[in-house]
Design a protein around this ligand. Structure first.
Ligand code: ADP
Ligand code: MG
Length: 405
């Protein structure tokens, strides 16, 4: 893998940098709720500031145009999706002034960018206020690029998308990888060329996004431990009763297909739950019980893995030299159904400290890991969910093209 890192830029001092960050984070009442992604980008920003660069930061936040049902032009007055609170928090974390400007292209932005002094930081308004961002529009990309001398991509989480600020923009200015992006790629590479045994833990709900990864890693993986709603599809495909659990025909079909691909390898790599935690209600209310997988009946809803499964999965994780985890083992958002996910999270975190190389990624997965307060134990916590799966699945990564391959 060759990475064009910002560490290798010649004469970087004082340069004007367009930094594509991923600050797509939850806001509540105009305040940043979780600054994990901002914190992850600080080393890159500090690196640039050490060289007195002038740093122009662009990010997206949510889906402002989709929400407004508007397909064209600039989305006005969308306070809810403004990046202004992010600029404020970034300033607090850096202990420096971060100037905010309420647009990302146009004369106002050009003027602000051209007047910047060494070591100044300018944060642009939400890039997705323009439909051109998602359309990978060349003119839009050229205008963003024209603000700076060099372009730096640090937004791994959107690098599986062909969007203007991660893809087209690279044509117009020398392009580099930020430190965060570089670390993402180097860490995920270790899953693709693992120290063996590699144990993959996979759960959550969205099977479709996880299939390419399951296909790609099947030769290298020693074991693939499947939990969460994902496991329901596999169990159903194998003829088990899953009652009223979260499954659907399409996903059962996909599970069947991937299962047969694994079977073709001649050994039992896919490990499914032995027991589960069930409720009679989809919302998890009412009586909760633990059942062996062949005792689940038509009225049950599977919402977590059971204790025997936790033990079994843990035993495999404890043997691993490399671990990759994406997707909760159950509906961890409610108290009754988080034991599986949190237990597995703790074993992965503990094992990741020294003995195995551990990578954890995915929006909800990282949420769950955070609950254990063991996030720091894990070697690499990815800032990308979909992007991590795409990378591990060998899919196209337009945001990495030319800077990390
Ligand atoms: P990530 O965001 O980490 O990639 P996903 O988006 O694929 O993970 O899935 C996370 C969601 O899956 C969680 O909100 C969780 O509640 C849900 N989930 C996991 N297992 C189950 C289950 N057995 N039944 C219902 N929902 C589940
Ligand atoms: Mg998710």
């Amino acid at each position: 893998m060759k990475i064009k890192s910002i560490r290798a830029v010649k004469k970087i001092a004082g340069k004007k940098v367009f930094l594509r960050a991923d600050f797509n984070i939850p806001l509540k009442n105009g305040k940043v709720e979780d600054d994990f992604k901002i914190a992850a980008s600080l080393p890159t920003i500090r690196f640039l500031l050490r060289y007195k660069c002038r740093v122009i930061i662009g990010t997206h936040l949510g889906r402002p145009l989709k929400q407004a049902g508007k397909k064209t032009g600039r989305q006005e007055n969308k306070k809810e999706y403004s990046t202004k609170p992010i600029a404020r928090r970034l300033g607090e974390l850096l202990g420096r002034k971060v100037k905010f400007i309420d647009d990302c292209v146009g004369p106002k932005v050009r003027e602000a960018a051209s007047g910047m002094k060494e070591g100044e930081i300018l944060m642009l308004e939400n890039l997705r206020f323009y439909k051109e961002e998602k359309e990978n529009d060349k003119e839009f990309a050229r205008e963003l690029a024209s603000l700076a001398d060099i372009y730096v991509n640090n937004a791994f989480a959107v690098s599986h998308r062909a969007h203007a600020s991660v893809s087209a923009i690279k044509k117009y200015k020398p392009a580099y990888a930020g430190l965060l992006l570089e670390n993402e790629v180097l860490s995920l590479k270790k899953i693709l060329t693992p120290r063996k045994p590699l144990v993959v833990v996979i759960g959550g709900a969205k099977i479709k996004t996880k299939l390419p990864m399951l296909k790609k890693i099947r030769r290298n993986a020693g074991k693939v431990l499947v939990g969460g709603a994902l496991a329901n599809n596999f169990l159903s495909a194998l003829g088990y009763e899953v009652g009223r659990s979260l499954v659907d025909e399409e996903n059962i079909k996909l599970a069947k297909k991937i299962y047969s691909k694994y079977k073709f390898l001649g050994n039992k790599k896919i490990i499914l739950p032995l027991d589960v935690v069930v409720s009679k209600r989809k919302d998890g209310g009412g009586k909760v019980s633990v059942k062996d997988i062949d005792k689940v009946n038509k009225s049950d809803v599977i919402l977590d893995i059971g204790p025997r499964t936790i033990k079994l999965f843990s035993a495999f994780i404890k043997e691993a030299r490399t671990i990759a985890w994406n997707g909760p083992m159950g509906k961890f958002e409610s108290d009754h159904f988080r034991h599986g996910t949190l237990s597995i999270a703790r074993v992965i975190a503990a094992r990741s400290t020294g003995t195995a190389f551990g990578v954890v990624g995915g929006g909800e997965t990282v949420e769950a890991l955070k609950m254990t307060k063991m996030m720091d134990y894990v070697d690499w916590v990815s800032t990308g969910g979909g992007a991590m799966l795409a990378f591990l699945g060998g899919e196209k990564m337009p945001g990495l093209k030319g800077i990390a391959r």
